[in-house]
Design a protein around this ligand. Structure first.
Ligand SMILES: Cc1ncc(COP(=O)(O)O)c(C=O)c1O
Length: 392
């Protein structure tokens, strides 16, 4: 037995269970269509909600930033100094979100690794939704705080657990804003009321609310008009913003503390100049017009309604995330494979990303899709759905 036998066994098990993921290679920019294996296919699985990933204005901002600032930040900001570009992004992001301040970090995942362990220690308690994103789970794992998992989007369940833990002084409630696999929206007004009743802080990960919910895509806090009542908003620039990077927005006091002590800020280099400049360009576009956000929603409504009319189960999504529920992982993989043959790239999502028996194709709409694109996708789904007996 070689020393990597345990890995060989784990990989074999994944293959045997039909859970081994072969990642496709994209040979173009990420737009409504992408090139894979030399073929143009309709892209229905990136989180490029607004089509910004290959937007000319973002490309230009990135190129200009390279001309002025070069390609890399050189080191961590706290040691080597911070570029004016990062400060500008933080100022613009705080303004966009309607918070006092904001901190830029390298990714959405890092926002959770930065904020949660810094705020919470071993005497404290974190309340976390059972379907929260893996990066929230990992952020919680980095603390010694007590973890209490509350039932998904269940404010009464949360209140009961807050009651049980009322004697613990420092409490933090964390939820995804939009749940990425199902597309449902956290009941943030109820969560905030519960937090206020029990003196807890609230943190929301708005990775899938950015560019989707609220005025011109300002996110879930704006959507529910909860400005000033949510302690921390964190999110990513890798989805609707089409680029890469994370931000944490909130009161200046919290952001100052993060800047002094958050480990991903202190021990990892900053986002690159072209990334940061492209993110600023994305904010420029959204501040000018809500047209991309409206287009995204129009596309999502059209395709969701059409899929449901044809007998697909599209779950409980309230947002453009459109899960096409298929049950077993093997069905979802077969479905995805057949769609690809029909010219549609839409990935299967199975355990461990979603529970066993709840495999699906997660259809991601974009403002970049045209009406013809949506009809092309629908025809392919219906054809494959009939073949595989997936229609109700
Ligand atoms: C809720 C949530 N938080 C964080 C992330 C991570 O974002 P990033 O890709 O910027 O690290 C994601 C992306 O999958 C997400 O869905």
């Amino acid at each position: 037995m070689g020393k990597y036998a345990f890995i060989d066994n784990a990989l074999k098990e994944l293959r045997d269970l039909g859970l081994y993921n072969t990642i496709r290679t994209i040979e173009s920019s990420v737009g409504a269509w992408v090139t894979i294996d030399g073929r143009r296919v309709l892209n229905m699985c990136s989180n490029n909600y607004l089509g910004f990933a290959d937007d000319d204005r973002l490309r230009k901002a990135a190129k200009d930033a390279i001309d002025q600032f070069g390609v890399g930040p050189g080191a961590v900001r706290s040691i080597a100094g911070t570029m004016s570009l990062h400060i500008e992004l933080e100022r613009r992001m705080a303004q966009f979100k309607g918070t006092e301040s904001a901190l830029s970090v390298q990714s959405g995942l890092n926002t959770n690794l930065a904020a949660i362990p810094l705020l919470m220690g071993k005497e404290d308690v974190i309340f976390t939704d059972e379907l929260n994103h893996a990066s929230i789970i990992d952020g919680c794992r980095l603390t010694k705080a007590k973890r209490v998992i509350f039932p998904h989007c269940d404010v009464d369940g949360l209140r009961a657990l807050l009651e049980e833990n009322a004697e613990i002084e420092k409490k933090l409630i964390i939820t995804d804003g939009v749940f990425s696999m199902d597309g449902d929206i956290a009941p943030l007004p109820g969560i905030v009321e519960a937090a206020e009743a029990f003196g807890a802080m609230v943190m929301v990960d708005d990775a899938h609310g950015e560019g989707v919910l609220g005025r011109s895509g300002r996110g879930i806090v704006d959507h529910f008009d909860l400005h000033g009542r949510v302690d921390l908003e964190c999110g990513t620039m890798s989805k609707a913003f089409g680029v890469m990077g994370g931000y944490i927005a909130g009161d200046e006091t919290i952001v100052q503390y993060l800047r002094q002590r958050a480990r991903p800020f202190l021990f990892s280099s900053a986002a690159t100049p072209p990334d940061v400049a492209a993110c600023i360009a994305a904010i420029d576009i959204l501040e000018e017009s809500d047209e991309p956000v409206r287009k995204l929603w129009d596309n999502a409504r059209w395709l969701k309604d059409a899929l449901a009319e044809h007998g697909f189960d599209t779950g409980n999504s309230e947002t453009p995330i459109t899960p096409v529920m298929l049950g077993e992982a093997s069905t979802a993989w077969d479905f995805s494979k057949r769609l690809f043959e029909e010219g549609v790239f839409a990935s299967a999502i199975a355990f461990p990303t979603v529970p066993r028996g709840k495999a699906r194709i997660r259809v991601m709409l974009s403002a970049a899709h045209s009406e013809d694109d949506l009809r092309f996708a629908l025809d392919a789904f219906v054809k494959v759905g009939r073949e595989l007996g997936a229609l109700r």
